[in-house]
Design a protein around this ligand. Sequence first.
Ligand SMILES: [Zn+2]
Length: 414
Amino acid sequence: MSNLQNLRNQQGEVNFRRKLAKQFAGQEVMYPGEPSYKQNLSIIRGRVKDYKRYFKSLISHEMTLEPYLEIGSGIGQGAMFLEDQYKTQGFATDISYDTLLLANHYKDKLHFKKMPFRVCCDVYNLPFKTNSLPFIFTVETLHHFPDPKPVLEEIYRVLAPGGYFYFNEEPVAQMINLNLWQRDRNLRWFEKILRSLLVLHFISKIGKSEIENNILEEAFSLKTWEKTLNVFDAVQATLKAFPYGPISVQIKTPKKGWPQYHPVRGWLNPPLYKNILLQILGGGIEALCKKSEKEAKPPIQKNVVQSSAPHNITSENFYGARQTPSESRGRTRGFFEGGERLSEQKLFELLACPNCKQKPGLNYHKSTKTLSCPICKTTYKSKNGIFMLFSREQMAKLYPEKVKGQKSKVKISS
Ligand SMILES: [Zn+2]
């Protein structure tokens, strides 16, 4: 079996989220088991609070938060919060155009001032230049892939040297679950009883509508997570047994002079009793990953430190006191010369053609508000403020109706 999302999964993401977007826009109820418009609004408000916590902890690492790239932004509340709170700019991306479009509605509802720059794209083929973005994040996204590793590899590609990738709310697989049926977000009466008896969690799994619509709902073993995280040069991972089990922090870090190190096997391995709890209950994982300053992957072996006492390790000596140029000018500012607000033009310079393997930069034409590739000559037009940056082949498979409508607009010259 391939470790990539197949076309059916991707079409599921596009088509299911399109129907769900109607529900979340308060237009019609397509899935009674999924949150209603009102429920979703309160879920999203809760998410904003989560993002607030996440970014606050990231700020303590003195890292650059812009230009950022969010993967699997959905409605975009994470990106909107980041832009509002920290005056940053960047990209909110998702494979679902319809969910990104919902941002128009939710921005006002949540009282955010600025709309993030939205790009509809495929995470396996990110339309960004290699080594271009200093901060990438995603929340509750990686479990929709059969294997998170290829996703992290593509993220690593576009991440700037010295940049950070952060993810949270991803599942660690539970060893015992009879998986007798899949349940919705909204529990049925007998599911509520089973939950109060503390057995629901061991005999049923969440994600009914997703699975019925070919969307993957995965949970990964610690071994898979470890292999995945090894894509990066330094990682701080936090594991939590579900739902309120003990927190176990695992750290992988070079002693000094990194990136001359390579992780030992089994670094993501909590103490025995925590491990057992995690296996029985399942849990969650959060990680902050760093790409080394040097572009080349570090050579193998030596200088590996494994610590179960993370509290003694400050962010400075954990990640090394290296700073990107922007960090010397302030925590969240900078990256580009001058430190002033990024111009649209500067942001567009980070984009790359999804249609060309060598990922050439795109030209932005202000008058027509279009992007074009100097190599394959494809023109990309935004629709309701969202750029569709897929390869031509992928676009035809995922959004055939938009290709038909766009044919006259997409110029293909030799
Ligand atoms: Zn091109």
